[in-house]
Design a protein around this ligand. Structure first.
Ligand SMILES: [Zn+2]
Length: 167
């Protein structure tokens, strides 16, 4: 049976491959989980000239991981048979934690990082501890292991943890 290979199928394959690329700063999340990948355009299918364009938006301006991510995307898609990969960086609209997938938020929590919670404008008291679930937590530092996270500590289980800040 000859199933025609459509552009949509090929784009879906690209999304699948991109979902195997992990954020260098938060290895538990793929760039798809994070919502960094905004668009995949086939300028010419693999069977033809093989040119693909991927639009990405940084989680915050000046995020040092973006160069690495652009390189990883290029390497991945070249490895799948494309001859040319363009990585376009879109600045606007700005990335927001709302773009992070629900699956991504669950993975963060399992990893021990409190996922962004829209109920809190600031990484302040009340963010639930990813270890024990207690809301009795306090802010230790506005900046955790990376600029996009804050460092908190749980008053109940005493575990320090990162919180992925909302923005
Ligand atoms: Zn706790």
């Amino acid at each position: 049976m000859n199933i025609p290979h459509t552009d949509q199928q090929e784009r879906n394959e690209c999304y699948h491959w991109l979902s195997t690329i992990h954020d260098p700063e938060i290895p538990v999340l793929s760039i798809i989980d994070l919502g960094i990948v905004r668009k995949v355009e086939l300028l010419s299918p693999r069977a033809d000239q093989g040119i693909v364009s991927v639009t990405i938006t940084a989680t915050y301006t000046g995020c040092p991981a973006m160069d690495t991510i652009a390189t990883l995307i290029t390497m991945e898609l070249l490895g799948k048979g494309y001859k040319k990969v363009e990585v376009v960086r879109a600045i606007s609209p700005a990335w927001t934690t709302d773009w992070m997938s629900q699956a991504g938020k669950e993975k963060l929590k399992t990893y021990g990082i409190a996922p962004p919670d829209g109920r809190f404008q600031r990484p302040d008291d009340g963010i639930s501890c990813p270890q024990c679930g207690s809301h009795n937590t306090r802010l230790l530092s506005e900046f955790g292991s990376t600029a996009c996270k804050a460092l908190l500590q749980c008053n109940d289980c005493a575990e320090p943890f990162d919180y992925f800040k909302c923005h």
